[in-house]
Design a protein around this ligand. Structure first.
Ligand code: GDP
Ligand code: IMO
Ligand code: MG
Length: 427
């Protein structure tokens, strides 16, 4: 089973970190292929919590070699802070590989991210403020800085100077901010060059050769389908392609090398930041889901918006990502509700729509149509076999499987590494 992708099917924070960690000991490489330190992946091992932002969660496994692919944007300060913090906790971090083609998040990207949001006012995206969007914008505009530029001081200095010619106009004239010195920015980035040099690799070649040898490569998605810049709720999205296809463009392996695509879905729905969310519960039900699920962002600490499971969201992700399996997390959070509503359609201006609508206008008009499933009251956090789950809980899982059209292969029944019910092996 050589090429496996783990991908979020909702708006992020589905528990991808924990699902990846489940597979870590069975894979040879674990690759982040998109996004940057806007991600927040929490993994709990024997009561110890690890919060990862830029590095793949698979770094916590002893076997898998961690990789940052070309599709990732890297804030060097964050990278080394995260590596040092893990090393201090005894995690082996010296085997990391970084693509020479990955782009850098420069200090001015963070500044621009924050001031742009302030200028957007009510229309802000609610970004994580980490400079991710502006770094991808520069990549597309062909004025970005890449990891390999750190290996050639004169190229790096030239590229920073070119980028700042534009940025300084924007900062000074539009945003009323002081201009930045090209020398200072270059010095700041070059200060990391010696630490970066031994980690830089031709990641595409390394991964293709590993796959040729029959080794297993796990592509760890950050963010999620509905935050994808092409398929998400644009413009309320992140600026990359977290979908499974992004594993190819973001690491340099061809689509025929992907054998399995595991979608991660929470047993209900959450979203951080702005943007449409037809099933959002702004009442005390939403508040109760937030409290029982501990729905506060790993990266920014913001309260997550909550709602019941929306089958339309996950069905679209299943189709577009060609999911082979679904891993349903946080099922334990639903314990204790007599009835559990599930969104099975939208009512859009009086029309019943069984799948995600095509346009943003329709999505803004969508009202959820619920089916009410029977709940359960037994504590399921200690259950490890599907047949030991309360019958109503089993029926809940089976109904979701039917609505989404993908087999559910694993269930999360608590935050810890071993709190899972495996229906069939993921690898
Ligand atoms: P990610 O961004 O998709 O990796 O998800 P986050 O780490 O941002 O958020 C998921 C949160 O849920 C984390 O705090 C996890 O420890 C926790 N979690 C994951 N799976 C489960 C589960 O099955 N049950 C419970 N109660 N918590 C879980
Ligand atoms: P993980 O990997 C949830 C959201 C932000 C904002 C939008 C754009 O933990 O699932 P950005 O800083 O990327 O330009 O912000 O995307 N967002 C996430 N929401 N989980 C994430 O990552 C997210 N990464 C970005 O809240 O709405
Ligand atoms: Mg997260």
């Amino acid at each position: 089973m050589p090429g496996v992708v783990v991908v979020g099917t909702q708006w992020g924070d589905e528990g991808k970190g924990k699902a990846t960690d489940q597979l870590g000991d069975k894979v040879d490489f674990v690759v982040r292929y998109s996004g940057g330190n806007n991600a927040g992946h929490t993994v709990q091992v024997g009561g110890e919590r690890y919060a990862l932002h830029l590095l793949p969660s698979g770094i916590l496994s002893r076997r898998a070699r961690p990789v940052l692919g070309n599709g990732v944007v890297i804030d060097l300060e964050v990278l080394f802070e995260e590596l040092d913090a893990l090393a201090a906790r005894g995690v082996a971090v010296d085997r990391l590989l970084i693509s020479a083609n990955a782009h850098l998040i420069a200090p001015y990207h963070r500044t621009i991210d924050r001031v742009t949001e302030r200028f957007l006012g009510k229309r802000r995206i609610g970004t994580t403020g980490r400079g991710v969007g502006p770094a991808y914008a520069d990549k597309a505009s062909r004025i970005g800085l890449r990891v390999q530029d750190l290996l050639d001081e004169s190229i790096l200095r030239q590229k920073v100077a070119v980028a700042l010619e534009q940025k300084n106009q924007l900062l000074v004239r539009v945003y009323n901010r002081p201009a930045l010195s090209a020398d200072e920015v270059s010095d700041h980035l070059l200060a990391y060059a010696d630490r970066v040099r031994p980690l830089v690799a031709d990641v595409s070649r390394v991964l293709n050769e590993a796959l040729d040898r029959g080794q297993t490569v796990l592509f760890e998605g950050a963010q999620a389908h509905h935050l994808d810049v092409d398929f998400g709720t644009y413009p309320y999205v992140t600026s990359s392609n977290p979908i499974a296809a992004g594993a190819c463009t973001g690491s340099g392996v061809g689509p025929t090398r992907l054998d399995r695509v595991i979608g991660i879905a929470k047993a209900y729905t959450t979203r951080v930041g702005e943007g449409p969310f037809p099933g959002e519960l702004t009442d005390e039900t939403g508040q109760r889901l937030r409290e029982t699920g501990g729905e506060y962002g790993t990266t920014t600490g913001r309260p997550r918006r909550c709602g019941w499971f929306d089958a339309l969201l996950v069905e679209q992700a299943a189709t577009c990502n060609a999911l082979t399996d679904l891993f349903l997390t946080k099922l334990d959070v639903l314990t204790g509700w007599p009835k559990i509503p599930v969104i099975v359609a939208y009512d859009i201006d009086g029309r019943r729509c069984p799948v995600m609508p095509m346009t943003q206008t329709e999505l803004h008009h969508a009202k959820p149509v619920y089916e009410h499933l029977e709940g359960w009251s037994e504590d399921i956090s200690g259950v490890r076999r599907f047949e030991d789950l309360p019958p109503a809980c089993q029926r809940y899982v089976r109904r979701l499987e039917e609505l989404v059209g993908v087999r559910i292969s694993g269930l999360g029944v608590g935050p810890d590494r071993d709190q899972v019910v495996m229906v069939r092996p993921l690898l």
